[in-house]
Design a protein around this ligand. Structure first.
Ligand code: GSH
Length: 222
């Protein structure tokens, strides 16, 4: 299967990590957004919303984008019995995983994007109102975590933990203050410990730092 991606893109990193856990082989196709690769005709024909990650499974005639949809699909289609915890078949448990995934899509990653990315993309000044919205998103997440559970929904890692871990570790790399959110800080350590064996450093930490250094360099000029 072809994965159109960019290594520094946070949503691409979640798909790469799940790929390692499920032992999948992606044919990686780099889409250089800065060079406008994502706006080229061939890519627009695959994904008219021109975002990475985009997954193409030619034998099934399937093209998916939206990283969390890709995570759900890969876990459902390729997860073996030992991976059941990643995206439980039980409908109530699955609904709770979906809730955390949607929270990441619509609130936590969205607010992270709105606060930091205008600086990365256009050298824009940081906006206090957007900072307050991100802090509120983190307060919501803090309230959604339980002291008694290692991960978001239980003591087992799910695809929602993977997606949210990418978001929160990027917030951390941007040096946003996580001190007020002790459950978030404890949860992310658990995620990192669990994901270490699947190439977490290479797939997530190093690119998160590269993106953070781009952010810091753009900040100087804004
Ligand atoms: N919600 C989408 C977001 C994807 C997204 O915005 N990716 C960025 C890179 S981090 C992108 O492709 N930007 C190019 C564009 O939007 O034109 C997902 O999770 O896959």
């Amino acid at each position: 299967m072809n994965l159109y991606y960019l290594d520094v893109s946070p949503p691409c990193r979640s798909v790469l990590l799940l790929g390692r856990i499920l032992n999948l082989e992606f044919t990686l196709k780099t889409v250089n957004i800065q060079n406008g690769d994502h706006l080229k005709k061939e890519f627009l024909e695959l994904n008219p919303t021109h975002t990475v990650p985009t997954l193409q499974i030619t034998e099934n005639n399937l093209v998916l984008w939206e990283s969390r949809v890709i995570l759900s699909y890969l876990a459902s289609a390729y997860g073996k019995s030992e991976h059941e915890h990643l995206y439980p078949k039980d409908v109530e448990k699955r609904a709770i995983v979906d809730l955390y995934l949607q929270f990441d899509l619509s609130t936590l990653f969205q607010r992270t994007y709105e606060y930091f990315f205008p600086t990365i993309l256009f050298g824009a000044l940081l906006d206090e109102a957007k900072k307050a919205k991100l802090a509120e998103g983190l307060r919501f997440f803090e309230a959604m975590l339980s002291k008694d559970k290692k991960f978001c929904t239980s003591d087992d890692l799910t695809i929602a933990d993977i997606s949210l871990c990418i978001t929160v570790s990027q917030i951390e790399a941007f040096e946003f203050d996580l001190y007020p959110y002790p459950k978030v800080r404890k949860w992310i350590v658990n995620c990192k410990n669990e994901l270490q064996q699947y190439g977490y450093e290479e797939i997530n930490s190093a690119p998160a730092e590269i993106l953070a250094s781009i952010f810091r360099s753009k900040l100087k000029y804004s």
